[in-house]
Design a protein around this ligand. Structure first.
Ligand code: ADP
Ligand code: MG
Length: 670
């Protein structure tokens, strides 16, 4: 039993107390049979008119019950002799079950039968979330026991309850476990009742407190402070750039620079729509740390992207004397050994790479800053892993961390999930970009599409052709890509067509990307390996085949590969009819807006916060009762109180947290 309770997260009495019902059954009254309708759950009392075991169409026990207002058949397909005796002719019984329209009038299948005329409960009967092998009555008994034994004292004082209009905790808990019949059932199940409001507030408060405490813990950690521009590396880099920073870039560079100059770890999320120029911001942050003697690691989710960063950063920083190492999974044994040695000795000041950077063998001499590009592509564990590298090397010193993402997190989410994350936003694209024109076309119009590709290439530009996503099978995905490539090569014989996909050797991938970048390829047929980050400004046309199979964030990322130069770019979404409702919504969103924040908002709406944030495996159930969208105002109040408490009343904060958190804090750190 203990194990089953644990599976539900029920360990301490407190846990049972806040294990709240999903719904309720009304056993407080007896209903006349004549008033019942199919689909309802009913509770009746009456006399058994007759009962018998029938053998057709199969063995079953059937009884007929009457209460003066009507009669009803009771049916069991499996039964014990004791059940048979319960419904012998002439007995008065109480029966509870779901009503169906049966062959010959109303019936209940497998109803629950008890003796008639017993006392009726005076509150609704709770139905709790449970797990295999744990019955409702057992769970109810355990919870009722906890309600008697546990400390139900209020963690909020009278003044606070009055201020936020909240009912006392014990009262709310009692109402939710055993609602009196006077309570509106509707309010209960829709979680609108004031008792629910109190519980949601408590839950949000606990969450805000734990986030704020994570923050306090971070501020008490120590990092090296990388103050000032050092021996001129930052200004020198700026001078080398072929463009001037936008005002938004300048602002976030300063925010980051100030963080790096502090002696506790930076934990900052840099958000900026695709193409807003996050890479150069990262480079300037890296320069500040390197100029002051620290090491920097930059990790990207794909080899293509890491390669591109390496190229770009090397182009900017190597002429200024910065030594850069390169580390990915596909490196040869010798090159890899050399890279690891350079990282360990501190000779490499900047390390660019993929997940290979978080392997055990890699030890940093003095890691001062960790940069994660497209941070949402990494798991929570991976994000923690890289920052721990610094802990291991520098002893007590924690590296600063800069996370970059083009998937903007809407405000409510940021507030509730990432209170311990400072956010910088690049809300401006570099000048001279014209917005991408998005078009939708059904698959039937392929010829027009081919003509469009040819025309774009004739005017000196380049195009991407993204192959359909085949989620079920990687092999099939590859085959589709190869076929698409062959088909397009045939249809467009004058064009230089090339293919890139995930199964190519890294060196081969790099060669293809190089050729595309330098203009030796007109049309690049690609799988989603080009989804994130790839930057080729002369590419102005993107065709996405079977666009209906892609997610919204993914489509927006793909579209972000074009519109990076001054020429008008087009993103053409080819779809196969008929479209599902969801796919139609997605494509419409793509058509209607190019704004990453708006896209993210709609994506969130369609997928819900857990999946959106990739939190499914890591404790999406952190909020069990409150909802981020519906309870935004309540969350703001909880945040206000959390701040106040931590400053003036940390003891109360501890007590409250203790009631609500069940050791689920780890992932808040990432
Ligand atoms: P993302 O934010 O999507 O990572 P990138 O950093 O790849 O964007 O930048 C997109 C392109 O814009 C790159 O070619 C980059 O060199 C260029 N760029 C960045 N900042 C500016 C700027 N201030 N002015 C002009 N071009 C810029
Ligand atoms: Mg980028």
């Amino acid at each position: 039993m203990q194990r089953r309770f644990l599976r539900l997260g029920l360990e301490r009495q407190q846990d049972f107390v806040v294990h709240l019902p999903l719904r309720y059954e009304d056993e407080t009254r007896i209903q006349p049979i004549g008033s019942l309708r199919p689909g309802q759950t009913g509770q009746i009392e009456g006399e058994i008119l007759h009962s018998e075991v029938q053998f057709r169409p199969r063995r079953q026990l059937v009884a007929m019950i009457e209460d003066g207002s009507g009669r009803l058949a009771l049916r069991w397909l499996n039964f014990y002799p004791s059940q048979q005796r319960q419904v012998e002719r002439g007995k008065r019984v109480r029966v509870r079950g779901e009503l169906r329209g049966g062959f010959s009038g109303l019936e209940m299948v497998h109803p629950r039968v008890t003796v008639a005329d017993g006392a009726l409960p005076d509150s609704l009967t709770p139905v709790y979330p449970t797990t295999d092998g744990l019955s409702q009555p057992t769970l109810r008994r355990a919870i009722d026991q906890a309600l008697r034994d546990a400390d139900l004292s209020d963690t909020l004082g009278e003044d606070i309850r009055r201020r936020y209009g909240l009912m006392p905790f014990a009262e709310a808990i009692r109402i939710l476990h055993h609602p009196p019949p006077s309570v509106s059932y509707q309010d209960l199940v829709e979680r609108e009742h004031p008792a629910w409001r109190r519980i949601k507030f408590d839950e949000l408060l606990a969450q805000q407190l734990s986030l704020a405490m994570a923050r306090a813990a971070r501020l008490s950690q120590r990092s090296r402070a990388y103050a000032g521009a050092g021996p001129g590396l930052v200004p020198a880099l700026e001078k080398r750039l072929p463009f001037a920073l936008t005002a938004a870039q300048r602002r976030v560079v300063e925010e980051i620079s100030a963080d790096l100059a502090r002696a506790y770890p930076m934990h900052r999320l840099l958000q900026g729509d695709v193409g807003s120029g996050k890479t150069v911001v990262a480079a300037l942050a890296a320069a500040q740390v390197i100029a002051n003697g620290g090491q920097v690691a930059m990790m990207a989710p794909t080899e293509i992207l890491a390669e591109q960063h390496h190229r770009k950063l090397a182009g900017w920083l190597e002429p200024l004397g910065v030594r850069i190492a390169w580390l990915t999974g596909s490196l040869g044994v010798k090159a890899r050994r050399e890279a690891i040695a350079a990282i360990e000795s501190g000779e490499a000041q900047l390390v660019v790479g993929t997940q290979a950077l978080i392997q055990d063998k890699v030890v940093f001499a003095d890691l001062g800053l960790v940069i994660l590009d497209e941070q949402h592509r990494f798991g929570v564990g991976q994000r923690l892993e890289l920052s721990r590298k610094g802990e291991a090397a520098g002893g007590a010193l924690i590296p600063h961390q800069l996370n970059m993402s083009a998937t903007p997190i809407p405000r409510t989410l940021a507030m509730t999930f990432f209170a311990d994350l400072d956010v910088s936003v690049i809300d401006e694209l570099p000048p001279g970009r014209s917005p991408v024109v998005t078009k939708l076309a059904s698959d039937g119009r392929r010829d027009e599409v081919l003509a469009l590709v040819a025309q774009e290439v004739r005017s000196g530009r380049q195009a991407y052709w993204v192959c359909p996503l085949v989620e079920e099978s990687e092999a099939l995905q590859l085959q589709t890509a190869v076929e698409t490539y062959e088909r397009l090569s045939q249809a467009l014989p004058d064009l230089r067509v090339s293919l890139i996909h995930g199964k190519l050797k890294p060196a081969e991938k790099a060669r293809v990307m190089d050729a595309f970048r330098s203009g030796d390829i007109d049309l690049l047929v690609a799988t989603t390996v080009i989804e994130v980050g790839v930057d080729v400004p002369n590419a102005s046309l993107m065709i996405i085949e079977h666009a209906e199979r892609f997610g919204l964030a993914q489509l927006h990322q793909l579209r972000g590969r074009v519109g990076r130069g001054a020429v008008q770019s087009i993103c053409l979404l080819l779809y196969q009819s008929p479209l599902s409702q969801v796919a139609r919504q997605r494509l419409r969103a793509m058509y209607e807006t190019g704004d990453g924040f708006e896209i993210a908002r709609r994506d969130l709406e369609q997928r819900g916060p857990g999946e959106f944030l990739g939190l499914r495996q890591s404790g999406a159930a952190l909020l069990r009762f409150a909802s981020l969208e519906a309870d935004e105002a309540l969350a703001a109040q909880a945040q206000e109180l959390a701040r106040h408490w931590l400053e003036h009343d940390p003891g109360k904060a501890q007590v409250h947290m203790h009631r609500w958190m069940r050791g689920r804090q780890d992932y808040l750190r990432s």
